[in-house]
Ligand binder design. Structure first.
Ligand SMILES: [Mn+2]
Length: 430
């Protein structure tokens, strides 16, 4: 059982991060040798987490649908499907990474009795210095370089939690880890789009890069179309970096932090193959993708081009109409829409059961298409105040798929009305 499962019986699970909110500025050296994740028990910003069995797909076993909508996450694990603890020699201990993780995990949020307006801002106030972020992105680049463009995740790493778009919702991400378990036990795969749109792209990217550096065999990060210059210049992350360090004494430091993140992003892997049968990427298929091996050959580092295999992997969508069989133009003006026959032929040719991708917001957080061969998941709850649920996909050792929901609070008109004050204008697409 995960030591971080909600209400877990492990003694560590019941330990709140000790006086964490008050210790967020403590010196890195003090905590450098500790493992902050072991003590982490995040606040809960989501109303409900429950699971639901996926519809029939070839990857789903005959396990019965779980009847209890209030089921807690830890109940999902049967004894033979228990996550394995990561061996000590696979954990990379770097004092800066540990110190940043400690601060990211323990920084306070407004208390429950704080004014509603303050709580709705949903910002976690974390002290991150520009020089630390510059060093972190160097360490992340070194770590990501060791991975191939296509990550192969073996059965021993299952069960695996797969997360779709996060988009700077650091508070939700932190709460999610508190509920689902730390990478000491639990394996995670993220499908990209860590920055832009939301309030805390810096914290989100820093947190995930820290985890990838520390747990390279447990935390896998793919690149989304927002991990690139064109999107981040338009949708928030560039401005966030510049504004964050605008009072810094040395001019241009925000731009340097931004460029450093971009450089690390160029090394993010582009797809993951889970136990040889589930293919994961941010957007989807490409006319230039014939075999799985094509994914191994994508050169890095690179910006995302406006056409071609890499572009399509990160930008394409399944065609909205399942009766459409072939390729079609995307309304985004970039990438393609892939049809049902395209998907079926790709899956057959490569012995793939399921394609899991993110890239599109869905009201209930997930959607199967193309005869059950394409699954879209979206993890950021209440994305730009759209009241959507977030979903995490859990793939068991036998490839059974469960959905874990991050429910948003609904039907609270006054709260919704106030929350609208914090929504940007640019909220409609992606
Ligand atoms: Mn996207």
């Amino acid at each position: 059982m995960s030591s971080l499962a909600p209400g877990g019986t492990d003694s560590k699970a019941s330990q709140k991060a000790p006086e964490g909110a008050q210790q967020k500025d403590s010196s890195p050296g003090k905590n450098a040798d500790e493992d902050p994740l072991e003590e982490f028990d995040a606040e809960d910003s989501c109303e409900e987490v429950r699971s639901q069995k996926a519809p029939n797909t070839k990857t789903c076993s005959g396990e019965q649908a779980l009847p209890d909508p209030e089921l807690s996450v830890e109940s999902l694990s049967s004894e033979e499907d228990e996550p394995e603890a990561v061996p000590n020699d696979e954990i990379v201990q770097i004092p800066l990474v540990n110190a940043l993780l400690y601060r990211l995990l323990t920084a306070g949020i407004p208390p429950a009795d704080a004014p509603r307006k303050k709580r709705l801002q949903a910002v976690v106030d974390v002290n991150l210095k520009a020089e630390e972020l510059l060093r972190l992105t160097e360490l992340a680049t070194e770590s990501l370089k060791k991975q191939k463009p296509l990550i192969r995740i073996e059965n021993k790493s299952l069960p695996l939690l797969i997360c779709g778009d996060i988009h700077g919702q650091f508070r939700d991400l932190r709460a999610m880890f508190g509920r689902l378990g730390s990478p000491f036990n639990q394996s995670y795969l993220f499908l990209g789009d860590y920055v832009d749109r939301g309030l805390q792209g810096i914290e989100t990217a820093a947190f995930l890069l820290c985890l990838q550096i520390k747990f390279p065999t447990k935390v896998f990060l793919l690149r989304g179309n927002h991990e690139d210059r064109g999107t981040t210049m338009s949708y928030g992350f560039f401005d966030e970096c510049v504004n964050r360090f605008s009072t810094d004494s040395s001019s241009g430091v925000g731009e340097r932090v931004y460029e450093a993140f971009l450089h690390a992003f160029k090394w993010l892997p582009l797809a993951a193959l889970v136990d040889n049968v589930i293919l994961c990427m941010h957007g989807g298929l490409s006319p230039e993708l014939t075999t799985i091996d094509d994914l191994e050959k994508i050169p890095r580092p690179c910006m995302i081009p406006s056409y071609g295999l890499l572009c399509d992997l990160l930008w394409s969508d399944p065609s909205p109409d399942d009766s459409r069989n072939e390729w079609s133009m995307s309304q985004r003006g970039i990438g393609y829409n892939y049809g049902t026959k395209v998907v079926e032929e790709f899956c057959k040719r490569n012995s793939i059961d399921l394609i899991v991708r993110g890239h599109q917001m869905l009201d209930n957080g997930y959607k199967f298409m193309k005869g059950g061969h394409v699954l879209t998941i979206f993890t950021a709850p209440n994305y730009t105040n759209l009241k959507n649920d977030g979903v995490i996909l859990r793939v068991s050792k036998s490839h059974t798929c469960h959905f874990i929901f991050l429910r948003v609070q609904r039907n609270k008109k006054k709260k919704d009305k106030e929350a609208e004050k914090f929504v940007d204008e640019d909220t409609k697409i992606l």
